[in-house]
Design a protein around this ligand. Structure first.
Ligand SMILES: [Zn+2]
Length: 288
């Protein structure tokens, strides 16, 4: 009991210190660096500041491949990670402590089994990973604020954390604190939207000329009308993570294509980024 109290007091002190570091000079700059944080009302901004401080105090940041993780880098990652839980509780990020940051994309060993049962082992470059009960791993090159990109690896990996918390990543985060959300309804909307997206991707892939590599830059134009990055077609867990990126960064195309799915995410995250960004006068690259 005593040791628990001492540990708690130390954590409270660490949160106070982190809050103090997000002062009247640092905090507005941090918000301004991330375009998708514009338009927060005073109360939401203060909640975000507290959640950011909680993350800074409760997570240990480690640089990999010689990267020195500076206070600015820590704050940027923490504020981005805090956005998805702005309307939720910091306890959703409990149960693990490490955030590992690589300077750029990093290599991971993967194993796939094909339809013939043959196991393929290969190495793939990636910009982020989230291990169930373990660390979040990020490439700083991809995680740093960049107003021109529609992707957000920090939100992506932390959405996986929310999904994993409910036991296994399957595109359905825990809904225990959401009396207004029904699990079966979530599954139905997720499945319908995921199937619709997959059919859309299949149609595009069938239309791409056979001489063109579907992974090439030239082929990228073919996918430009999709409301989400085609990687979302991988499985429902990736669909939820990629949807969460778009929801917070560039919600226009997704909200127009799938109002039910967007509405469900508004209910889950208890935020409406589309409304907030429009009120703030932010015009998206996919805005009508
Ligand atoms: Zn993912």
């Amino acid at each position: 009991m005593l040791r628990w109290l001492t540990g708690r007091a130390a954590r409270d002190r660490a949160i106070d210190q982190a809050l103090a570091s997000l002062d009247a000079q640092v905090w507005p700059q941090l918000l301004a660096q991330h375009r998708f944080l514009l338009g927060l009302d005073e109360h939401s901004a203060e909640t975000l500041r507290h959640h950011t401080a909680w993350i800074l105090a409760n997570k240990a940041f480690h640089g990999a491949h010689g990267l020195q993780v500076t206070p600015d880098m820590r704050r940027s990652i923490a504020v981005q990670a805090a956005l998805p839980i702005l309307g939720l509780d910091t306890s959703l990020y409990r149960g693990w402590t490490q955030i590992v940051v690589y300077p750029g994309g990093f290599l991971v060993a993967r194993t796939d089994t094909d339809e013939a049962g043959v196991v393929h082992e290969y190495v793939q470059e990636t910009s982020g990973e989230s291990w169930e009960g373990g660390p979040v791993i990020l490439s700083w090159e991809d995680a740093r604020p960049d107003p021109d990109t529609l992707a957000n690896v920090v939100i992506h990996e932390f959405a996986h954390k929310l999904d994993q918390r409910a036991g296994g990543a399957d595109g359905m985060p825990g809904l225990r604190a959401h009396r207004d959300l029904d699990a079966r309804h979530w599954r139905d909307v997720l499945e319908t939207t995921f199937d619709d997206f997959n059919a859309w991707v299949d149609e595009i892939e069938a239309a791409i000329p056979s001489h063109m590599d579907p992974e090439s830059d030239a082929a990228a134009d073919w996918y430009a009308d999709l409301p989400l990055d085609p990687y979302a077609a991988q499985d429902p867990a990736e669909f939820f993570a990629v949807s969460s990126e778009s929801f917070f960064i560039e919600p226009w195309a997704m909200a127009a294509a799938w109002p039910d799915w967007y509405g469900l995410l508004v209910q889950y995250y208890r935020q409406d980024p589309l409304q907030r960004l429009e009120q703030a006068g932010v015009s998206g690259q996919t805005a009508p």
